[in-house]
Ligand binder design. Structure first.
Ligand code: FAD
Length: 414
C-alpha cells in the first residue's frame, strides 16, 4: 500500500483516486477550487469513440489562422508572445500531419472504447445512478461539402470497426420525431455514449469520501520540494503533504507545476462554453452540429449545447459573441428552438488541457521517479477518464499496463 497525493480533483484526478483506492492505496486529493465547476462539469458528457481524429490534423492550423480575427468562430487562436504559447504553437503546427493522424486514430479509438466499458463497469459495480446512455451520436450536416467530409470520416470509422451509418433527412426526422431538425443528412455513430457530468462527479466524490479519501479543497499547490530526483513533499499556503507517490492531474494548469521539476509538457488551455437549455427541446439523441462544431446533449433534465475551442490563455472570461454563436447555431439546426437570454446569461466555460499532438500525457517523466502525469486529454478527457485512472493506478502499483503507453509518454518530442 502506498500513500498517494493527487494534485487536481477534476474527472482525471477522481478516476485515478477511484482505481487507486480499489487497489488498496491511501489517497489524498488537493484542489485549488471548490471542485464543482470547470471543464469536468461543463463538458458535453460524450464518451467518444467517434472522436478518433486528433485535433492536430492537416489543415487545422491554416483554418485557425483564417479564423484568428473572427472571435465568434468555433476555433480561435489568440496569438501571444509568451514562450510557452509559442513553443506549443510550433509543436502543434508540426503535429498537423497525415502521419500524426494515422498514428493516432487506432490508439485514440481503442482507448475510448475501453474507457466507455469502464464507465459502465463503475456504474454497475458501485450501483451509481448517473445518466449513461448508448444512443449514439448524430453528425448533422447542413451542406453537401460537410456531408462529404463526414462521409469520408465515417468510412475511416467503419474500417476501424466502429458501428456507423449514414442517414437521409427523413431518416433523421424519424429518429428524432419531436425535434425539427434542419439538416440535409447525418452520420450516426452508434458506438458513442452520453452522460450528465455533474451526476458522475458528485457520485464519485461521495464514493471516495466514504472510502476514506481526504479532500483538501480551495488549496493551490504552489511548491514542490525535490530531493534525488523524487518529490519529497508539496505545499499549499496552508499545508505540506508528503507521500510515496504523486499524481499530476491539474488539467490546464499542469505545466505550471511540471516546469518546477524541469519537465516540459507543452500544454495550452482550450476554452469551451456550454449553455444549458431548460425549455423542452424534444431532443433525445446527442448530436454534433457539424459546420458550427457544437455538441448537443440531452442530459438529465435539460439539453446542453457546448462548443468552441478558444486558445486565449488560462482564464475563465466569457465572451458573449461565442455564447451567441452557440445559441444561434442551436436555432439554425433545430427550427423553432430559441435559446433565451436567461439561458445565455447562465452560460459557463471550462478549460480543456490540449497537448500539441492530440494525445494525452500519461506516465512518468525520466526527471522524477515518483510523479505520474495524467493530463492533456483535450476534447476527450471526460471519455478517457476511467481508462486513464486505471493506467495511473497500474503505473503506481508497478503492474503491467493494460495498454502500451509509448504514445502518451510525457518526455516525447514533437
Ligand atoms: C465545453 C466543453 C465540452 C467538452 N466535451 C467533452 C465531451 O463531450 N467528452 C469528453 O471526453 N471531453 C469533453 N471535454 C473535455 C473534458 O471536459 C476535459 O478534457 C476534462 O474535463 C479534463 O479533466 P481534468 O481532470 O484533466 O481537468 P480539470 O477538470 O480542469 O481538473 C483539473 C483540476 O486541477 C485543479 N488544479 C489545477 N492546478 C492546481 C494546483 N496548482 N493545485 C491544486 N489544484 C489544481 C483545478 O482546480 C481543477 O479542478 C469538454 C470540455 C469542454 C470545456
Amino acid at each position: 500500500m502506498k500513500k498517494v497525493v493527487i494534485i487536481g480533483g477534476g474527472v482525471i484526478g477522481l478516476c485515478s483516486a477511484y482505481y487507486l483506492v480499489k487497489e488498496g492505496h491511501e489517497v489524498v486529493i488537493v484542489d485549488q477550487s471548490s471542485m464543482d465547476h470547470g471543464a469536468s462539469y461543463v463538458n458535453a458528457g460524450y464518451l467518444t469513440p467517434s472522436h478518433f481524429m486528433p485535433l492536430a490534423a492537416p489543415g487545422v492550423m491554416k483554418q485557425g489562422l483564417k479564423w484568428m480575427f473572427n472571435s465568434a468562430s468555433p476555433l480561435f487562436i489568440k496569438p501571444r508572445l509568451d514562450r510557452s504559447f509559442l513553443s506549443w504553437a510550433w509543436a502543434f503546427n508540426k503535429s498537423c500531419t497525415a502521419k500524426n493522424v494515422s498514428q493516432s486514430i487506432g490508439v485514440i479509438k481503442d482507448f475510448n472504447l475501453w474507457s466507455a466499458e469502464l464507465f459502465s463497469e463503475i456504474k454497475t459495480s458501485e450501483k451509481f445512478t448517473f445518466q449513461l446512455e448508448n444512443k449514439g451520436l448524430l453528425m448533422l450536416c447542413k451542406t453537401e461539402k460537410m456531408l462529404e467530409e463526414e462521409l469520408h470520416l465515417a468510412k475511416i470509422a467503419m474500417d476501424e470497426g466502429l458501428e456507423v451509418n449514414s442517414l437521409s433527412t427523413s431518416e433523421i426526422q424519424a429518429m428524432e420525431p419531436h425535434a425539427n431538425i434542419n439538416a440535409i443528412g447525418a452520420i450516426h455513430y452508434q458506438c458513442d455514449w452520453h452522460t450528465t457530468p455533474h451526476e458522475f462527479m458528485k457520485e464519485m466524490q461521495d464514493w471516495l469520501l466514504a472510502k476514506g479519501v481526504t479532500f483538501y479543497k480551495n488549496e493551490r499547490v504552489d511548491d514542490l520540494q525535490i530531493s534525488h530526483g523524487k518529490i519529497k513533499s508539496i505545499s499549499t499556503q496552508k499545508n505540506t503533504f508528503t507521500a510515496d507517490e504523486f499524481v499530476l492531474a491539474a488539467g490546464s494548469w499542469s505545466h505550471f507545476l511540471s516546469r518546477k521539476l524541469g519537465i516540459r509538457i507543452p500544454l495550452e488551455a482550450g476554452k469551451g462554453y456550454r449553455i444549458n437549455v431548460d425549455q423542452h427541446t424534444g431532443i433525445t439523441i446527442p448530436a454534433v452540429l457539424a459546420e458550427a462544431k457544437i455538441a448537443v446533449t440531452p442530459m438529465n433534465g435539460f439539453t446542453r449545447f457546448a462548443g468552441t475551442m478558444e486558445f486565449s490563455g488560462v482564464n475563465h472570461n466569457i465572451n458573449p459573441l461565442r455564447v451567441n454563436a452557440i445559441a444561434n447555431a442551436a436555432g439554425d439546426y433545430y427550427s423553432g428552438l430559441k435559446v433565451t437570454e436567461d439561458e445565455k446569461i447562465s452560460a459557463a466555460c471550462g478549460l480543456r488541457p490540449v497537448s500539441p499532438d492530440g494525445k494525452p500525457y500519461i506516465g512518468k517523466s525520466s526527471k522524477c521517479k515518483n510523479l505520474t502525469i495524467a493530463t492533456g486529454h483535450a476534447m476527450m478527457g471526460w471519455s478517457l477518464a476511467p481508462a486513464t485512472g486505471k493506467l495511473v493506478t497500474e503505473i503506481i502499483s508497478e503492474k503491467k499496463t493494460s495498454m502500451p503507453l509509448d504514445a502518451f509518454h510525457p518526455d516525447r518530442k514533437f
